[in-house]
Write a protein that binds this ligand. Structure first.
Ligand code: DX5
Ligand code: ZN
Length: 220
């Protein structure tokens, strides 16, 4: 199986101990996935720039910030200042997706675009020259622990092909319902980065490394 990157999603971590939870995944995580929700774009609320800024000193790992807020543009600067290394936005969260991505990149931050299960893959074609990451959602955004939507697998393959044809260095990230069973399907379809919340933060911290190995298909 191809070697993929793992991005633990803090959404399933203990919110009263987020710093310690980062430390508990640091040895195997390639980046930390931070889900920002506003109770409006998605029906759930999490945290914003002040919490991210407080977490920043806990690790040198890249902060992969997934924004599920609308309007997204007014807060971009605050997330960049808080220490985001990658900012991923949904095209439905603002009027001008290209401008939003351009703004993120102008600040020296990597820019990603997220495709909801109902969002067509064609939308990314005009963005391939600018994006650094394409996130394919395999659940409806808003909650951890939801069931993987298998009908998104062909979309992952389509995105893989578009990235390869572009010749650009663009990460293909998959988010939602990743388990040891679905991980192999999305890797097979071409994913580079697996976001995993409930599959990593299962049991206490002594289980996290074993949980992550199961996603990589390493059962010891
Ligand atoms: C959902 C979030 C995900 C979430 C995934 O809207 O974008 O990052 O944490 O959770 P699991 O891995 O439990 O499906
Ligand atoms: Zn996410």
């Amino acid at each position: 199986m191809r070697q993929v990157q793992i991005a633990p999603s803090l959404l399933s971590a203990d919110f009263a101990r987020l710093g310690e939870e980062i430390k508990a995944v640091e040895s195997f995580a390639n980046m930390i996935h931070l889900d920002v929700m506003d109770g409006h774009f998605v029906p759930n609320l999490t945290f914003g720039p002040p919490v991210i800024a407080k977490l920043r000193p806990w690790t040198k790992l890249p902060f992969d910030v997934h924004l599920m807020i609308a309007p997204v543009d007014p807060l971009l600067g605050d997330f960049i200042e808080a220490g985001a290394n990658i900012i991923t936005v949904h095209p439905e969260a603002g009027p001008h997706i290209y401008r939003t991505l351009q703004f993120i990149k102008e600040q020296g931050t990597k820019a990603g675009v997220a495709l909801n299960p109902g969002t067509p893959v064609d939308l990314i074609k005009p963005l391939l020259s600018i994006v650094d990451l394409i996130l394919v959602m395999t659940v409806n955004p808003g909650f951890g622990g939801q069931a993987f939507i298998e009908s998104q697998l062909p979309k992952i393959k389509d995105v893989r092909r578009l990235i390869d044809e572009s010749g650009r260095d663009i990460m293909l990230e998959v988010d939602g319902g990743i388990s040891p069973e679905t991980a192999s399907l999305v890797i097979e379809a071409g994913a580079d980065v697996l976001v995993a919340g409930s599959a990593i933060f299962k049991g206490d911290a002594s289980h996290y490394d074993k949980n992550h190995k199961a996603l990589r298909g390493q059962n010891d």
